[in-house]
Design a protein around this ligand. Sequence first.
Ligand code: G1P
Length: 297
Amino acid sequence: MNVKKAIIPAAGLGTRFLPATKAMPKEMLPIVDKPTIQYIVEEAIESGVEDIIIVTGKGKRAIEDHFDHSFELEQNLLDKGKFELLSEVQKSSKLVDIHYIRQKEPKGLGHAIWCARKFIGDEPFAVLLGDDIVKAETPCLKQMIDQYNLYNASILGVQKVDETEVSRYGIVDGSKIDKRLYKVHNLVEKPKQLEAPSNLAILGRYILSPRIFDILSNQKPGAGGEIQLTDAIAELNKYETVYAYDFEGTRYDVGEKLGFIQTTLEFALKREDLRNSVLNYLEALMEKELNDSVNRN
Ligand code: G1P
């Protein structure tokens, strides 16, 4: 069966970016001039996904507005002859059919995914987390769908992370069966560095068998008191083979401040209209900072 549906959970409170996220969804924070969630939606579409469901929560209306038409704004840009901007604005509303469901209580990622069960039904589906943006020649999810088509089993998108960082992720205990593919033996959500079975971290991309919903229905809270998707996948692995795929590409962590700043800078430097001025600015800034620190010492 083909993977045609995707879930994008976007119900999180965004506490790492307060106060910016007090009245605005963190998924709408822009990298240069595009909200982070649009990068995720575009990756899903470029990977062949036809239907997307975004799991939202309280205060997330701006996401729905972003992927909808904005008649006043479009008319205004048209009247002013700003056709390039007009087509950019229209792009987000023309992307694909996006559906929405609310997670009524913040009970964790596993629970958010479970909220979309009726929309998915009995077919394999993708999950894309908004904190991880991946730049790759072949979109990250497409690489995983290609693997799914070969193995017909659940697949987790992974990459190695620094050993000091394992406690931020779902970590895979697996054995390598091909150049980039691992057979999963077990999974641990946010282990302590000394207890981690490896440094292979799940980085926000999954293809899952619909059987996960039955498991999620009975899943007890795990790390952080939340219903964890990782725990449910570890359970699924007892009944069906689960693989982990070390995807190609650079992954950007836009879910924390430093990663967000790094992503903004790198993406700006890749833009022709910004590259030179940003580089010049950075050079001048570095020089000033160095001089200042020499003078201070
Ligand atoms: C979630 C998952 C974790 C995964 C991570 C990737 O954690 O629970 O397994 O490794 O996303 O970004 P969160 O960052 O939401 O705490």
